[in-house]
Design a protein around this ligand. Structure first.
Ligand code: CA
Length: 444
């Protein structure tokens, strides 16, 4: 069985915080969420760990200095004063849960722990708009999966019309090893890459700025704990190795990708930049929003035993809605709001986080704390749920119409892509992932 966390009083939708902005129903960060981030004050270089509550951030270093984490084990207290989330990720999910329980009581209106925290509010809370948010962990390795069968089918049909879904897809969680050095925080500018492409099927290749820049809406799964090299993580234990989830934009240069991807997969079409959302919504916060694994088609095989677990089948999928919007430079100048391009459900993914973790380690590959696994583009069956421009415009053939009269087959310089994510369910407080933003700037 997956080591599941109970739904407990930290999830109670009736819980209210003394931080008023956490109670308005519209915030991504009510007291039931408590996502982690790594941030920097404008007055110092040293990164700190923070926990979001409404429009504020609990500064964990200050809270520790004020003794607010004294009830915790010293190792957890030390990890909360670290420069990134890696220390807490090394300790694992159970210790992150201890932090969640203490912080929930600290921020809860009327709780015994609230008075002391409230008295210290000017010291331990900082407005979110006064800090810089960073990539949440130092990522040793970044793997990107391809877990949406809807994305795989549509993209496959564009590149291989006679053979859209390769025969391994329904058996193997497909992935490739990405590049950790070019992970950038939300809000960063992304420079259009220069690359080798070939225009026609017979013409010579040339080197130029990519003419088909795209985004991919994904979720990032953060690994915690560690498996020794040679020791697979069985699917029944995979839940212990999921620390939390963030938004992710896997920028892609489609013209470079089309020319370079065979036979070893994406390389320079992907590794120039990947934007990581700041907020790590913990696996515990997501518990009320787990959902059944999407049903397989009648012609599709049951997963092999090492990828199959009854608990994972019943509630291993993530009930997260992801939405992408675009704001071109002209739209921003005209004061127009971003235009929504798609809305999709992570619960439609073909593989669950536990299946991805079990598969990744099934050969003895070791995951380390802070490793990041991308889910792959999240698309759904409906045309409104196409998670990248490659799918939406059918490789540029059907450009998107924008309110300024502009059209987009792919991204232009100055375009900003904004990803949002949230979880909503009857009987639970709505929680969100904040935003993952990035703007394309011209090639050098
Ligand atoms: Ca991807």
């Amino acid at each position: 069985m997956i080591a599941r966390a109970p739904i407990d009083r930290t999830h109670d939708p009736a819980l209210r915080s003394w931080v008023e902005s956490a109670n308005d129903g519209g915030t991504d960060f009510p007291i039931q969420n408590l996502p982690f981030a790594t941030f920097r004050h404008d007055y110092e270089e040293r990164p700190r760990i923070g926990i979001a509550i409404g429009d504020q951030l609990l500064d964990c270093l200050e809270a520790a200095r004020c003794g607010r984490f004294d009830p915790l084990d010293p190792a957890i207290r030390d990890a909360l004063q670290g420069w990134s989330l890696n220390g807490l990720m090394a300790l694992g999910r159970r210790d992150a849960r201890a932090v969640r329980h203490l912080v929930s009581r600290m921020l809860e209106a009327g709780s015994p722990e609230a008075n002391a925290a409230y008295a210290l509010r000017d010291r331990i809370l900082v407005p979110l708009n006064r800090v810089s948010l960073l990539v949440p962990a130092e990522v040793g390795d970044y793997t990107d999966f391809y877990a949406s069968i809807h994305h795989a089918r549509r993209v496959g049909a564009l590149f291989r019309p006679d053979n859209p879904l390769l025969p391994n897809y329904t058996w193997v969680p497909i992935g490739y090893h990405g590049r950790a050095s070019s992970l950038v925080p939300s809000g960063s500018q992304v420079r259009r890459p220069i690359g080798q492409t070939r225009k026609g099927a017979d013409g010579p290749p040339s080197v130029a700025p990519s003419a088909s820049m795209d985004y991919e809406v994904e979720l990032a799964l953060w690994a915690c704990g560690e498996n020794a090299i040679g020791e697979p993580i069985p699917i029944s234990r995979a839940g212990d190795h999921l620390f939390g989830v963030s938004l992710l934009n896997d920028w892609s240069a489609r013209d470079v990708q089309a020319w370079e991807y065979q036979p070893l997969g994406p390389f320079l079409s992907k590794n120039f930049a990947t934007t990581v959302g700041a907020w790590v919504v913990t696996a515990d916060a997501l518990e009320p929003f787990r959902s059944p694994l999407a049903a397989r088609g009648p012609d599709e095989p049951a997963p092999l035993q090492y990828l199959d677990d009854p608990e994972d089948r019943a509630r291993g999928a993530l009930g997260v809605t992801v939405e992408v919007a675009i704001a071109t430079a002209k739209m921003r100048e005209a004061g127009l709001p971003p235009l929504r391009l798609s809305t999709a459900q992570a619960s439609d993914l073909y593989w669950t986080p536990a299946q991805m973790i079990a598969h990744h380690t099934s050969n003895g590959c070791n995951l380390r704390p802070g490793d990041m696994l991308g889910t792959g583009t999240i698309s759904g069956a409906d045309d409104s749920a196409r998670g990248c421009l490659l799918e939406i415009t059918r490789r540029g053939a059907e450009p998107v119409q924008l309110p300024t009269g502009e059209t987009r087959a792919f991204l232009a310089d100055g375009d900003e892509v904004i990803i949002r994510g949230w979880c909503e369910r009857e009987g639970a407080a709505r929680i969100g992932f904040g935003e993952c933003r990035g703007t394309i700037v011209p090639a050098k």
